[in-house]
Design a protein. Structure first.
Ligand SMILES: [Ca+2]
Ligand SMILES: [Ca+2]
Length: 222
């Protein structure tokens, strides 16, 4: 193909002219463009210093362990939750649920006493918790925030850099190790009914560690 065949019609001449124009215009466009973009936006998109707004989202994945146990009055059960994750961990919780429905007469609801043991958690400074509750659904919930204020709700951050936001939602590698709790049954039965009376309770134990990856999207004002 020679030059003559490229420009042997008015249409081809016009196309060639447009092509040459773009070859000149595009480099000029990209040379000038950064100067037209707001300085703050450039700083934030590079992960650096002060910046504008970000939509912050938490893409959550829960790690759970469930077990059920039947206990008589005063019996105890130890439950263990071995936790490892490469993702950030927002919180760890254990829920003990029970539903006392085997009383012959109403008014004698069983209960759960739950006490944690965080001595097997290798990292972070967590305190033990304990609580009691009646067997009418979720009797006891013990929860530890690994990252203070974590709730997984999307929000818009203002005047923060990407690095600052990521630092805010960094779990520091905490909460790995073995979480444990002891469930003690408090079975209550109406007096004087005999051997058919309520003498046990089923307890459902659910451990949850909420892990997440952070999604940051700059808010670009057009
Ligand atoms: Ca009962
Ligand atoms: Ca019962």
């Amino acid at each position: 193909m020679d030059l003559d065949s490229l420009v042997d019609t008015p249409r081809k001449q016009a196309m060639l002219g447009i092509s040459v124009a773009f070859m000149i215009i595009f480099p000029a466009y990209f040379a000038v463009m950064p100067m037209l973009i707001d300085d703050d936006l450039m700083a934030s998109s590079s992960g650096g210093g002060p910046s504008g707004e970000w939509v912050v989202r938490f893409e959550e994945t829960s790690i759970t362990l469930q077990e059920s146990v039947n206990l008589g009055d005063g019996d105890s059960h130890d439950t263990f939750f071995d936790l490892e994750s490469d993702l950030m961990i927002g919180y760890v919780q254990v829920v003990v649920a029970c539903n006392d429905n085997d009383d012959l007469t109403p008014g004698f609801s069983d209960a759960a006493d739950v006490a944690s043991d965080v001595s097997g958690v290798n990292s972070g400074n967590f305190s033990d918790q304990s609580d009691s509750g009646l067997c009418q659904g979720d009797a006891v919930t013990l929860r530890w925030d690994v990252i203070p204020g974590y709730n997984g709700t999307e929000y818009t951050a203002s005047d923060m850099s990407e690095n600052e936001i990521r630092a805010q939602w960094d779990d520091m590698g905490f909460a790995r190790g073995t979480w444990a709790a002891t469930i003690t049954a408090d079975v209550s039965s109406s007096p004087g009914i005999g051997p058919l009376n309520d003498n046990d309770e089923d307890y459902d134990i659910t451990w949850t560690a909420m892990t997440f990856t952070l999604s940051l999207e700059p808010v670009v004002e057009l």
